[in-house]
Design a protein around this ligand. Structure first.
Ligand SMILES: NC(=O)C1=CN([C@@H]2O[C@H](COP(=O)(O)OP(=O)(O)OC[C@H]3O[C@@H](n4cnc5c(N)ncnc54)[C@H](O)[C@@H]3O)[C@@H](O)[C@H]2O)[C@H](O)CC1
Ligand SMILES: [K+]
Length: 475
């Protein structure tokens, strides 16, 4: 939910607006569950779960309401919950702070609203929430839980020893798995647009940036490219460093070693094989060594930039895919071979419009209108597809996301190479679908931050890719 909330905010629907809707939904449920003469106790934690009930209090003027804040107002952990507390203080509603949980006593209310903890819970219930949860469970009143009963994990449903036993639950936006079998759950629409879930945004970056990495930290990128072209593999390697890879290797033909090595001190450039044969393109006999190096170091491979279409190179790329069992981004000239090869590798494919059509996908400009076909292609291929267009479509054959980040100037050559490098760096610390989604956003956002109009050059993206990866407010 934090990702969706952040993406909603980037689309112009700030969290405080969502909380207003959440609080209003809580108030409506309270009115359904009580008569005007009934008394209601709103028991609030110090986060946004509590904030929801602080909002609800403003909509319950027609009830006898007592608001309990578990802790001092200055210990409220979010700005929007604190703002709603301060509003209640201004309007002189029946509010109390409970500094010491031993002093907590309900005045025999008809309904208790449990707004202590929601999706932000970590670990077992701590004080004062633990004692207060026991007091709520011991009370005769019926209990309405906000979002999830305090102490219950929204995903797994695991309930802490002292978790609140709720008669009713009002949750927001969608049903959480952890409460799916609760007998009385109301799912309230709080105005989060579908786009906040479909479009990749700064919320996705934040999760990845906030140490959301599943694997070790930054990794090593191994670009296998070059042949007639020299810029593409260098752009992919450089962009992967900008996206956080520790090391970027470029394996290239002996014939283009000098120009590629000359581009940047940051790249470790190695000619294929021993270079003795001096081939100016990738050939099959060099493949076993490339597979061995990549797998020995658990490198994330970028296969394709600048490889060219020499028949021996196509045979070599096919052989690499057949023999490699690690993780790779497949781009450019190597893409067309993927449907022909059985591979154990985990691949992210990054086709442009013509490459997508060549893979068997739709030959259209407006990818967003053909997401089902692209999803089915990814399912058939068994790999994540990041289809590049004015709006990128990212799919793993089941999930589908879209990304609008970017500028018209990105049609310039090389931005696909930087995208491949960014995705490779993220694959070292995230699952393929997530890495592809965030890679698409970061590459596009980097172009937006440069604000170069039609004058964008792909090399410049390496300056702003790190900024885009820091996420943050994109308004
Ligand atoms: N899109 C939505 O669904 C929205 C939901 N909203 C509500 O926001 C909460 C999540 O708020 P958050 O501040 O992230 O976390 P909590 O309030 O649930 O808890 C944080 C709070 O609790 C303390 N804490 C954490 N773990 C424990 C523990 N084991 N024991 C005691 N105290 C604990 C922590 O220190 C913080 O003070 C969600 O559930 C919804 O109710 C938004 O209002 C709008 C959008
Ligand atoms: K709760």
């Amino acid at each position: 939910m934090a990702t969706v909330d952040h993406n909603a905010a980037a689309l112009g629907i700030p969290l405080r607006v969502l909380m207003e809707s959440s609080g209003n939904a809580v108030a409506r449920r309270v009115q359904e569950l009580t008569d005007p003469a009934d008394s209601v106790a709103l028991v609030c934690g110090r986060g946004n779960n509590g904030g929801d009930a602080l909002v609800a209090a403003r909509f319950l003027d027609d009830r006898e309401v007592t608001v309990y804040l578990l802790g001092r107002p200055e210990s409220i952990t979010t700005d929007i919950a604190r703002a709603n507390w301060e509003a209640l203080e201004q309007v002189e509603s029946g509010i109390r702070t409970v500094a010491d949980s031993r002093a907590f006593a309900l005045d025999d209310p008809d309904l208790v609203v449990d707004a202590m903890l929601g999706t932000g819970i970590t670990g077992d219930l701590r004080e004062p929430e633990a004692s207060v949860a026991r007091a709520i469970n011991d009370a005769a009143a019926s209990v309405l839980a906000v979002d999830v009963p305090s102490g219950v994990d929204a995903d797994s449903g695991a309930a802490e020893a002292d978790s609140v036993g709720a008669d009713h639950v009002v949750t927001f936006h969608d049903l959480k798995p952890g409460i799916a079998d609760h007998p009385d759950v109301t799912v309230a629409d709080i105005g989060i647009p579908a786009a906040a879930e479909e479009l990749v945004g700064p919320g996705d970056v934040e999760v990845l940036g906030a140490g959301g990495s599943q694997k070790g930290e930054s990794g090593r990128t191994y670009v296998i490219g070059g042949g007639p072209y020299t810029g593409a593999p260098a752009l992919a390697g450089g962009a992967s460093l900008s996206a956080g890879a520790d090391l970027a290797f470029v394996a290239c033909p002996e014939s283009v070693f000098d120009p590629i090595a000359g581009y940047s001190e940051d790249l470790i450039v190695q000619p294929y094989g021993d270079g003795a044969d001096g081939a100016d393109h990738l050939t099959p006999e060099q493949v076993p060594d490339l597979v061995d190096v990549a797998e020995r170091h658990d490198d994330v491979v970028v296969l394709g930039p600048g490889l060219g279409r020499h028949p021996e190179t196509e045979a070599a790329a096919r052989q690499f895919l057949a023999e490699f069992s690690g993780t790779a981004v497949v781009d450019a000239d190597a893409l067309a071979l993927v449907p022909e090869v059985e591979t154990d590798a985990t691949l992210v494919l990054t086709p442009n419009r013509s490459e997508l059509a060549e893979l068997g996908g739709p030959d259209v400009d407006d990818l967003a209108a053909h997401t089902d076909e692209i999803r089915d292609l990814a399912a058939d291929l068994g790999h994540t597809v990041l289809a590049k267009g004015p709006h990128d479509v990212i799919t793993d054959g089941e999930r589908v996301r879209r990304c609008r980040a970017g500028t018209p100037g990105m049609t310039v050559g090389g931005t696909g190479d930087t995208l491949a490098g960014v995705v490779a760096a993220l694959l070292a610390r995230a699952e393929p679908f997530e890495a592809a989604c965030v890679g698409s956003y970061v590459n596009g956002r980097a172009a937006e931050l440069l604000d170069r109009g039609a004058g964008l050059r792909a090399t410049e993206l390496q300056e702003t890719i790190p900024v885009a990866l820091q996420g943050g407010d994109d308004e």
